[in-house]
Design a protein around this ligand. Structure first.
Ligand SMILES: NC(=O)c1ccc[n+]([C@@H]2O[C@H](COP(=O)([O-])OP(=O)(O)OC[C@H]3O[C@@H](n4cnc5c(N)ncnc54)[C@H](O)[C@@H]3O)[C@@H](O)[C@H]2O)c1
Ligand SMILES: [Zn+2]
Length: 376
């Protein structure tokens, strides 16, 4: 529904503090001190080796007593229950998320379950999950389950760009896919309520536009810096776009068809290996087709996505022979009751969404043919 309750208030929300810079983890104690002294640190084994040990030693030097919970890999209700019990047993006084979007969403839900504050320390710029008061939960088999909306945003988001610059570039690209959706979806939500249940502010519109501008201006350059494992001004700008600008922008701007189609795509098993932002990238092209943007504008988005190796066709998604029945299933899920596709201020039904997906693939193939793009 576009605005079922006739909401008239503008609403903008954000974390209390955002910190970003090279080696920021080394200064974490300074920023986390107001939250407590006995945090539960949630991170998986990969991230533990990359940043967990350094974070714990920085915190222990400042007399924090850190208890670690090993994240199992999927943000599920079961994982939230399991880790909440660990936090209770350890008498943790706040929660730290260290890792990607799934760790972050699990930590936010654990913190909300226990009534604790959460500090989010993303180790990739792969999504805009860090800043929002939202978690996306999945079923153990990886299919989308539900959104959870919380009363508070994370107390602090702290991004160590040295860690992000050394992460696989695919993650930064995926984050750009997620961030590119922000302005496109916010534009479609001008008359609908945002994720916080209010109307868009001017501040939010400015943030969304700036997010897109930074991506077009520095995206490719940042991707190359990430391949070289170095922090540059372009990389800093894109990390901020993916994390802060996109996070503020989607939450207070609203999400629409791109994310609804992403959610539907989680039902295709062959797509389980793709990152959130990679599926959202394709969902964004679908939404632009639904929006009916002029060909020159569509070309600009497709060109950008291809420049950072994001998928714009079924073939690039890894499903060259996808069947109509499977696409219809995606469209049906995207059009489920309560889905964000209903934020679109236009006629929507399963056939229209199915058509937009096939139209996006056709536009992507056409662009690649015209420009002589070849897959590496
Ligand atoms: N809550 C929100 O507002 C919101 C917004 C966008 C996306 N999301 C959610 O985020 C999730 C996707 O997050 P994701 O794409 O980060 O995937 P992910 O959380 O599954 O992380 C992917 C992998 O990255 C690894 N990793 C993390 N940091 C690394 C590093 N520095 N170097 C090497 N490997 C590293 C992790 O070990 C993990 O295996 C989805 O569940 C999506 O729904 C939530
Ligand atoms: Zn997203």
């Amino acid at each position: 529904m576009v605005n079922p309750n006739n909401v008239t208030e503008r609403l903008f929300r954000s974390p209390s503090k955002y910190v970003q810079g090279p080696y920021a983890i080394q200064n974490a104690a300074k920023y986390l001190t107001p939250l407590g002294k006995a945090p539960l640190l949630i991170c998986d084994d990969v991230v533990w080796g990359i940043a967990g040990k350094d974070l714990v030693s920085a915190l222990e030097k400042a007399a924090f007593k850190v208890h670690r919970a090993v994240f199992g890999g999927e943000a599920t209700r079961e994982e939230v229950d399991r880790i909440s019990t660990l936090a209770r047993d350890a008498a943790s006084d706040f929660v730290i998320a260290l890792g990607g979007g799934k760790t972050i969403d699990t930590a936010k839900t654990v913190a909300a379950t226990l009534g604790l504050q959460v500090a989010v320390l993303p180790t990739t710029a792969s999504t805009d999950a860090p800043c929002s008061a939202i978690a996306v939960l999945y079923r153990p088999e990886g299919v989308y389950d539900c959104y959870r909306l919380f009363d508070s945003n994370p107390a602090i988001v702290l991004v160590d760009t040295t860690v992000v610059a050394r992460a696989p570039p695919r993650f930064l690209a995926a984050g750009m896919g997620d961030a590119l959706a922000t302005n496109v979806e916010a534009r479609a939500c001008r008359t609908s309520t945002n994720c916080a249940g209010g109307l868009q502010t001017e501040a939010c519109r400015a943030v969304c536009e700036r997010c897109e501008e930074v991506l077009f201006r520095y995206g490719r350059q940042a991707y190359e810096a990430n391949k070289a494992g170095v922090v540059t001004p372009a990389l800093e700008a894109v990390v901020e776009a993916n994390t802060l600008l996109s996070g503020l922008g989607f939450e207070s701007g609203g999400v629409a068809a791109a994310h609804a189609i992403h959610n539907g795509m989680t039902a295709i098993e062959e797509l389980h290996g793709l990152l959130h932002g990679e599926k959202v990238a394709f969902g964004t092209v679908c939404q632009l087709v639904l929006d009916g943007v002029p060909a020159s504008e569509l070309d600009g988005y497709i060109d950008f996505l291809l420049s950072v190796d994001l998928p714009v066709t079924f073939e690039l998604l890894g499903i060259p022979n996808v069947k109509d029945e499977e696409l219809r299933r995606v469209a049906e899920l995207a059009c489920a009751e309560g889905e964000t596709v209903w934020a679109m201020d236009r006629v929507i039904n399963v056939d229209i969404v199915l058509g937009a997906m096939k139209g996006a693939d056709a536009a992507g193939r056409d662009y690649m043919r015209r420009k002589g793009w070849k897959r590496d």
